[in-house]
Design a binder for this molecule. Structure first.
Ligand code: C2E
Ligand code: MG
Ligand code: MG
Ligand code: MG
Length: 280
């Protein structure tokens, strides 16, 4: 009897596993098709100078409509990474966003571009060459491009990753640590990295004006970043009091729904002709 029950449980477990495997295979096949059929799009979220409210850069964020269903990046980037599709997808994002931002720069002011990197992309063959080509083909100056990495990427495969990032920096590209404060990298380790910018994770910014510890931590990160000579960007600004406190702390730049939501290229186009000044 016990054996029977145990056997049943294994079966249920196997059926569950099976459904999971099928779902993942379907997703992988859909991702592959999406790439071929160009179902991906890029949205751009403005980053502003907090002192002047001027847009200094836009961050490219990938978007996927799977039929009529929007799939958030966090749901498909992992599978794209596992299947290796992240490499051609990332190359497309990089080339396309460099091209679009180069065009905006030609018609307005010198905005920069931030692009998120994936772990597998950095260690892929010809990664540095691909970045150099994207810059050359688009005409975007290397100094206008910031590549964002998260701390975990710097800890795993540290040696190879850091040597690639140093090569990029030699091209004149800027580097940023995204989601800063949530990872495991030690401060001593961070000091050795070829980094220009840190982006404070929204989990700190969220607490501004509401939680004394998070407010203190945010202030400490801003000061640390400045003491290390880095540009400090606060992410996830949603409320006016957060903006106020960040300004008072002297944080250099900000990004968040209060400032501007991620938008399609058309939206950036018209933004470049107006200004966010009035909204802030
Ligand atoms: P991230 O690089 O930290 O990007 C910021 C995320 O926060 C974006 O989510 C953005 O829409 C969201 N966000 C911005 N302001 C606010 C705010 O005020 N409140 C809230 N709640 N959220 C805000 P998204 O586009 O869903 O991207 C999630 C993550 O997926 C990104 O985090 C990044 O790690 C990754 N990702 C997105 N696009 C790409 C890409 O093209 N390549 C790679 N490798 N990763 C990407
Ligand atoms: Mg980012
Ligand atoms: Mg972030
Ligand atoms: Mg993130």
């Amino acid at each position: 009897r016990a054996k029977e029950l145990g056997g049943r449980r294994v079966e249920v477990f196997a059926a569950h596993m099976h459904a999971d495997v099928v779902r993942r295979l379907e997703l992988a096949a859909d991702l592959q098709r999406a790439l071929i059929e160009q179902q991906f799009a890029i949205e751009y979220q403005p980053v502003v100078d907090l002192a002047t409210s001027r847009v200094t850069a836009v961050e490219a964020l990938v978007r996927w409509w799977r039929g009529s269903v929007f799939v958030p990046p966090e749901q498909f980037l992992g599978p794209a990474e596992d299947t290796g599709l992240i490499v051609p997808l990332s190359e497309w994002i990089l080339r396309e966003s460099c091209r679009e931002v180069a065009a905006w720069r030609a018609s307005s002011w010198d905005i920069g571009l931030s692009v998120n990197l994936s772990a597998r992309q950095i260690t892929a063959p010809r990664f540095v060459e691909t970045v150099a080509e994207a810059l050359e083909d688009s005409g975007l100056p290397a100094s206008a491009l910031t590549l964002e990495v998260i701390e975990e990427m710097l800890v795993e495969d540290a040696e190879e990753t850091i040597s690639r990032l140093s090569e990029l920096r030699a091209l004149g590209v800027r580097l940023a640590i995204d989601d800063f404060g949530t990872g495991y990298a030690s401060l001593a380790f961070l000091r050795q990295l070829p980094v220009d910018m840190i982006k404070i994770d929204p989990s700190f910014v969220e607490g501004l004006g509401r939680d004394d510890t998070l407010t203190l931590l945010t202030r400490t990160i801003v000061r640390l970043g400045h003491d290390l000579g880095l540009i400090v960007v606060a992410e996830g600004i949603e409320r006016p009091e957060q903006l106020e406190q960040l300004r008072e702390m002297g944080c250099t730049r900000g990004q968040g729904f209060l400032v501007a939501r991620p938008m399609a290229a058309k939206g950036v186009d018209s933004l470049m002709r107006t200004s966010l000044q009035s909204a802030l």
